[in-house]
Write a protein that binds this ligand. Structure first.
Ligand code: CP3
Length: 353
């Protein structure tokens, strides 16, 4: 039954005639129905922590577009919240957390060891979705990778260059390593519970992997992700895992094999023709389409979609963006993209012109 889901087949290495498709941030402010449910919840965090409403916004893009996967509606910052960090969102600006100094890292390390009470609404959202999704739609759970989550915890907000996290790493390696270890262990427990609740695939978002250089890339972008994947696969044999080391550049080569991931999510900078020879031999790839094209649309969107589909058609492929949908995306452009995936260049149009 589950093996009939196109997304799971692609993750298992099958080459399908048309790639399964879903989009990062497919539930979000570009959809009027999302804005309405978010208003009903009051704010973004209330939406994340109210299972009926979080399940509703997860289902909205599935109803509208019939995607092959639903991704749990939550946020990577719910885990530090569960660990005892204050978290709030400033409208139009993004997340804020109480920033961690060395002493506060140590306090956080001594903090709550039971994260599951706090995260129970997330697991409940997954249980609702496991019942309500159409039979062919796979359910993806997720977490942030430890480095990316640490960058927000240390700075207390998003930063252009992850400066505060790099500074702590340079100043006090021991404290920094302890934080990464804490997050690695907590992420294993968090994702494991998501799988027990009904997530069929998990994805690790390492949005800031690209700012790690040299040995630090191996230590903080590869090693923790490898440890998480190994632990999850030993507890849940056969669980497919997608890794997203955004901005990894040349480090994309070999990443899936080394980390043990079944699929690699490609940012917009990866050349898909290069990926066919260097990444697809190691497993499934997904992503790459510039989310800006979902704002501007037209022939450039159709051409870029067809280029990705054609380039990656010889190996396992899931169609996706190189980063998340933005609030100014046009919902109609998703239909344009879906039509271009299903009717790629070279196939005769239904009505010749
Ligand atoms: O993809 C999905 O549809 C699932 C839900 C999801 C959200 N965030 C919802 C969200 C997922 C998988 C995430 C991951 C996430 N969150 C990442 C990693 C992926 C990436 O984008 O790099 C990061 C870095 C975060 C942290 C975060 N959450 C930031 C920086 C922001 C503010 C930026 C923004 O777009 O406003 C958020 C808020 C957030 N998370 C929104 C959504 C739909 C917008 C909140 C709103 O409705 O106001």
């Amino acid at each position: 039954m589950t093996r009939d889901k196109p997304l799971l087949r692609a993750l298992a290495g099958e080459v399908l005639p048309t790639p399964p498709v879903w989009l990062m941030r497919q539930a979000g402010r570009y959809l009027p129905e999302y804005r309405a449910t978010r208003a009903q919840a009051g704010d973004f965090l209330a939406l994340c922590y109210t299972p009926e409403l979080a399940a509703e916004v997860t289902l909205q893009p599935i109803r509208r577009y019939g995607f092959d996967a639903a991704i749990l509606f939550a946020d990577i910052l719910l885990l530090p919240h569960a660990l005892g960090t204050d978290l709030w969102f400033v409208t139009g600006e993004g997340p804020r957390l109480s920033p961690l100094t060395e002493s506060r890292v140590l306090a956080a390390l001594k903090g709550k060891d039971d994260i599951h009470d706090h995260l129970a609404p997330v697991y409940e959202t997954i249980r609702i979705l496991a019942h309500e999704l159409p039979p062919g739609t796979a359910l993806i759970g997720f977490a942030g990778a430890p480095w990316t989550v640490a960058t927000y915890m240390i700075a207390g907000r998003g930063t252009p260059d992850q400066g505060p996290a790099h500074a702590l790493k340079g100043r006090d390696r021991g404290t920094f390593n302890a934080l990464i270890d804490l997050l690695t262990g907590a992420t294993i427990e968090y994702l494991s519970k998501q799988v027990e609740a009904g997530a069929e695939v998990v994805k690790l978002f390492d949005s800031w992997a690209g700012s790690l250089q040299g040995a630090d890339f191996d230590r903080y972008a590869v090693a923790p992700v490898k440890r998480i994947i190994a632990a999850l696969k030993s507890r849940h044999p056969g669980l497919p895992v997608i890794a997203f080391p955004r901005g990894a550049g040349r480090h994309y080569a070999g990443f899936a094999r080394t980390a043990g991931a079944d699929a690699l999510a490609l940012d917009t900078s990866v050349d898909v023709v290069w990926a066919t020879g260097h990444l697809q031999p190691d497993g499934c790839v997904q992503g790459n389409l510039d989310p800006g094209l979902m704002v501007t649309g037209g022939q450039p969107l159709i051409d870029a979609t067809r280029h990705i589909v054609a380039a990656l058609s010889g190996g396992p492929h899931i169609f996706n963006l190189g980063h998340g949908m933005t609030p100014d995306a046009d919902p109609e452009n998703v239909h344009v993209m879906l039509e271009a995936i299903r009717n790629p260049a070279g196939r005769a149009p239904a009505t010749p012109v």
